[in-house]
Design a binder for this molecule. Structure first.
Ligand SMILES: C[S@@+](CC[C@H](N)C(=O)[O-])C[C@H]1O[C@@H](n2cnc3c(N)ncnc32)[C@H](O)[C@@H]1O
Length: 191
């Protein structure tokens, strides 16, 4: 959440939001003046996320059922975007990353928390862990999400956890020095 560098009133996207585990944290960052778009391909996941929002009376969240690889968003409309454990579990993740790069404002961050193969000594587990997780969770160990982020974003910082099998990647949209980072307007949100 800190890596998103959000402030109150910002516009943020939660890609592959699932049941809405990130929504309360995002609310805490953007406040009631901010706006959150929560996207998932599964209507069941979205129903659960929507129920959480209703229970908490969060009225500033738009829920969208969409394939992340075909997501239409207004260019330069987001102050930040996050995807937790989504990109490695979906087809067309490179397209999804490209959509994020277009939709982010200059200097804004796309924050990705995800899984990958073990590194170091723990990599001896990869021949077993990869197929087991692919079968059990849809996670595709053949995908190289970090490489995809680096193809699309000029600046990507990566921090690994848990013997390399989890990572936090912070991809920064190129800073256009002629533009100050723009604040959202209702018009941009509704486009
Ligand atoms: C492991 S869950 C993560 C959910 C949530 N981000 C979290 O951290 O709890 C992966 C999510 O990706 C969604 N998903 C899979 N393919 C997708 C796609 N093509 N477009 C959008 N969402 C997708 C699934 O429906 C699921 O909710």
């Amino acid at each position: 959440m800190a890596a998103l560098e959000l402030t109150a009133g910002d516009v943020v996207l939660d890609l592959a939001c699932g049941t809405g585990a990130n929504l309360g944290h995002l609310q805490g960052k953007v406040g009631t003046a901010g706006r959150i778009t929560a996207v998932d391909f599964s209507s069941g996941m979205l129903d659960a996320a929507r129920a959480q929002a209703e229970a908490n009376r969060w009225t500033n969240i738009e829920f969208r059922r969409a394939d992340a690889a075909r997501l239409e968003l207004p260019p330069e409309s987001l102050d930040g975007a996050i995807c937790t454990f989504g990109l490695s579990a979906m087809p067309g993740e490179l397209e999804a990353i490209k959509h994020m790069a277009v939709a982010l404002k200059s200097g804004a961050n796309f924050v990705v928390l995800d899984c990958k193969a073990f590194t170091g000594v723990a990599r001896i587990f990869n021949p077993i862990a990869g197929p087991v997780f692919k079968y059990g969770t849809n996670w595709d160990y053949h995908k190289d999400v970090i490489k995809g982020l680096r193809e699309v974003f000029p600046e990507v910082g990566v921090r690994e956890f848990n013997s390399g099998c989890n990572y936090l990647a912070i991809a920064k949209r190129k800073q256009d020095r002629s533009l100050a980072r723009r604040k959202p307007t209702n018009q941009m949100v509704q486009e």
